[in-house]
Design a protein around this ligand. Sequence first.
Ligand code: FE2
Length: 420
Amino acid sequence: MHQLLLKGAWLEGETVDVAMADGKITAIGHEVPGPAEVEKDVSGLMLSAPLIESHVHLDTTLTAGEPKWNESGTLFEGIETWALRKKTLSREDVIRRATRLLHWQAAQGVLHVRSHVDTTDPELTAVKALLEVRQNLKGLVDVQLVAFPQEGILSYPKGAELMEEALKLGVDVVGGIPHYELTRDMGAESVATSFRLAEKYGRPIDIHCDETDDPQSRFLEIVAALATRSGMGEMVTASHTTAMGSYDDAYAFKLMGFLRRARINFVANPLVNITLQGRMDTYPKRRGLTRIKELWQNGLNVSLGYDDVMDPWYSLGTGNMLQPAHMAVHAAQMTGRQEVTACYDMVTENAARTLGISDRYGLEVGKPADLVLIEAKDKWNAIRRLAPIRLVVKGGKVVSETTASKTTLLGAPLDLGAER
Ligand code: FE2
């Protein structure tokens, strides 16, 4: 007897059934026979592995306007505003806001989330609160936490010690922010510190790297060099890397070869970076994004994050991962037929590689029964229409359902184009 049997989903142009038992996928194919404890007709919906958030800040989320709005819209006013809000942080405050966003994301099919958490706080209030949230939401969303030194590892008092303390408390990943250290040398040393901590505690690395329009910000080459030298390769992620969009082509071409050798992951945050970067430009105004398309064309693993949802850096947002994918299509000019589909992969399977969870992720028999049903025929259509996520299944149980909206025009039902 199946635990759950979903009938008639679209999958890569075909109609399939999917059966689950004991929290695992047990069959995917045409006409899978019952019986099942729960059977659902999901015809007209696309079967997909869950969406993945590979870069968000759960400690800062849902604080936009507190204690003031970021009127200049810059990264730096965001950091100043957060330093003010951080003074009023409490355990309950962080737990309430982070849980709310994770619930929003789960209902939108996001079942794996990597969140950075600010460690430049002598009390580590947010770290301790998010460790509780990670535990509380087990069974709904898998959360990974990154020790993120917002105000610097070397530029903030006891920055390295606080990072290490966070790792001892159970934070999963080592972060960094070399471009925000006080000098270039301190930035380089901070990257080395991140690698030292990662090797000491056996953790992956995810560094906020070169999140600036400054073409001289070149910490990515240091991250790549240390990833190659340490052999950590795929355990290393460079987030943002927006300065790549401002590098001259001769340097970028040389760097691309080093990156291919290093085999590190990239996370781009196109929704937020297209608004935060280019702020010092008049015209032409830079897009302030990393070279998403070229990294992808060079076979490097690129995933997308939301980065900020209603906080000092981005006052909008819902946590729906189709939105950064949609923005990447536009801002990175990935409008080719396969390129649009690739942007869907950047919030699903590529993100699973970034998070190091590919062995337990995907639509395969024997894998965990975590999946979503989207009101679209294929990945391209899902991005074009920012299609609603109608059903979310975790461990073989339906955890979220969204009913279809109905539209009529001049008294007749209107086809909303889910099939094209
Ligand atoms: Fe970030």
